[in-house]
Design a protein around this ligand. Sequence first.
Ligand SMILES: Cc1cc2nc3c(=O)[nH]c(=O)nc-3n(C[C@H](O)[C@H](O)[C@H](O)COP(=O)(O)O)c2cc1C
Length: 245
Amino acid sequence: MIVDNMDLKEAIYKRQSIRKYDKTPLDSKTLDGLRTFIDNTRVLNPNIKWSYDIVGSENVRMLQRFKSPHYLLIFSESKENYLQNIGFIFQQVDLYLQSNGIGSCWIGAGSPKNYENPNPEQDFVILMMFGRPQGEIYRELSQFERKIICEISDTRDDRLMPARYAPSAANSQTWYFTHNDDGSYNVYRNKRRIRLNKKMDAWNQVDIGIALAHMYVANPETFEFSRDRPHEDLKNKVFEGSFTI
Ligand SMILES: Cc1cc2nc3c(=O)[nH]c(=O)nc-3n(C[C@H](O)[C@H](O)[C@H](O)COP(=O)(O)O)c2cc1C
């Protein structure tokens, strides 16, 4: 598999969640390429151990009836910003797969089945289904359903477009960006008014990492993230960190 950052960057503007798959498994060379890519992704927090496994549908319990030939089971130590870290790492993987013509979809509503976790100190976080798509893999920019930029940022700023197009759980897009005088950005997560689903809180933290992954992929040379820079507290929002691009 060939990949460079340009492919990943382009995938931001044409990817979509794929829920219908050709059941033919991918060949071992393709899966090895994927493993190599995953092992070389950038992380948000190097102090957190994480791992993954690639399994078939016999090892996955899905609440919805989608089926794919392969699933990434994703595990992590549960500390600090581990959910954001997982979103950041595996959104790079989502873009890698899609840029190679392989469909993928984050799945919160699923869990491992008949599966013994080889790293008991790490918890199962989330899974991603993937395989060759049945039908078209890409879509047009006009087909993205996303909030307008003014809803997700304190000022209109086209540099935030990569984050705007990021996928999120139930397309909730709970990110909000502010601008600092030194040119850096803060990212916040909107607090949910009603906690209908406790899991949604966790997935929304994964979402923040996903949006940051798009900012990184679009600015690989300059992206730097920090969680402890001084910042303003905003009403009904949780501060998630600052970054430069
Ligand atoms: C953390 C997370 C969890 C998700 N869980 C599910 C899921 O359980 N089932 C599903 O069909 N889609 C799931 N999705 C996919 C979203 O519904 C999808 O990304 C969103 O609607 C935007 O559409 P797009 O990915 O095609 O841009 C999830 C996405 C994320 C980021």
